[in-house]
Design a protein around this ligand. Sequence first.
Ligand code: 13P
Length: 251
Amino acid sequence: MRKAFIAGNWKMNTNCAGAEGLASGLAEKLKGIETVDIAVCPPSVYLQSVAKALSSSNIALGAQDVYFEGSGAYTGEISCEMLKDVCCTYVIIGHSERRHKIGETDELINKKLSAAISSGLLPIFCVGELLEQREAGETETVVAGQVKKGLAGLNADKVLAVTVAYEPVWAIGTGVNATSQQAQEVHAMIRQLLADMYDESVAQQIRIQYGGSAKPANTAELMACEDVDGLLGGGASLKVNDFAAMIKTVA
Ligand code: 13P
């Protein structure tokens, strides 16, 4: 069966001391937990100090974005090798804030996924519909389109490195999470799509996280859904006690 995977996306928050404190607080509180894969994704400038705070802990490090080129004249960008150099295991790709606030396209996200997997990083590939798309009955078309375009050209071996994160945009940072029924419906649709694109065995192995106002109070209900294999927390992952409580609910 799929091992639960709970990750925290710190987004553009914390400072150096705060990031180190959060990481060491979590390392202390979550000591010994082996039944859940745990990761935190700090801002890139704090990756190295967080890596130190997490060394010899059971918490993996992830980045919030990566560029697909290997090196060269790409001012401001960070390569896969650079992330591996500072001990990243995971990298978030295609987060809705990058799609909608920064303007990332499915094609760019596809290149990033491909580069990350080839380098050995494990991508957390985010998909999700806007409120108006849900209200127009377009959730399945939008999410399926993002999955197909994001994973285009990736064979079964490669796709097994991916965790998909379903993050309905209307649930992010709003305090209004998707109900467990809404989440399960989309997760099951994504898994069926993966079975159609690859095969049933691949679809059964890929973990699908839910993200969007995930917090201690809704963790048990969301995680009870058959196709919800983990959570990608935002706001709640910035508080040691809340993030630890989410993980302990599942462990
Ligand atoms: P919130 O948990 O703050 O809604 O953010 C979710 C998210 O975007 C994680 O990537």
